[in-house]
Design a protein. Structure first.
Length: 187
């Protein structure tokens, strides 16, 4: 889970060093008006995220949904690396990326607190949070370096490689146990 949040935020930071330029090149949208692209993409991705989380929690398919979301992230990065200049591929890849991203942002913190031993929840969430910010740092540094030397394709290739590593880790992790919280009032 810690590697997952590291990879997720490294991918986000690295990718969005180059996505604004792709939007400008493919759609002719300047940076001031890119919200016109991001808003519908985000709306569709949230519409995908909500049922995915419901299925994960209600039908106890968290691992399946988690692996599917990581696969969506990997495919989105591959699409951007191969055909990021194509308008339709760009929009589809961004929607797929944000759908996977939103599922992860909704489920990973919950999984960390559910899987941590009861006396170590604070430590587990601290390590998780540190991994998140380390991912942001590494994504920015590596993405910037790769963008200078290899352009957007290099950045998306790195992000895709991170997603594939994470996909392997997610596919081989143990299925999370399902817990129910009960509050007992004392005195």
């Amino acid at each position: 889970l810690d590697f997952g949040i590291f990879a997720l935020h490294a991918m986000l930071t690295a990718s969005f060093l180059v996505v604004p330029e792709l939007l400008h090149g493919a759609l002719g949208v300047n940076s001031r008006d890119q919200w016109l692209v991001y808003l519908p993409v985000l709306a569709v991705s949230v519409a995908v995220m909500v049922p995915a989380i419901i299925v994960a929690e209600r039908f106890r398919r968290m691992k399946t949904v988690l692996v599917g979301a990581v696969a969506a992230l990997a495919v989105s990065q591959l699409m951007l690396a191969v055909s990021g200049q194509d308008v339709y591929v760009l929009i589809a890849a961004l929607t797929l990326f944000f759908a996977g991203f939103n599922v992860m942002e909704a489920s990973l913190p919950s999984l960390v607190t559910k899987t941590a031993p009861s006396g170590s929840t604070g430590t587990a969430t601290g390590i998780y949070s540190s991994s998140q910010f380390l991912g942001i740092f590494v994504g920015g540094v590596a993405g910037g370096w790769l963008n200078q030397g290899y352009g957007a394709v290099g950045v998306f290739t790195l992000a895709c490689a991170l997603a594939v590593l994470w996909l392997f880790a997610a596919a081989t992790m143990r299925r999370p146990s399902y817990l129910t919280t009960r509050v007992v009032r004392v005195g």
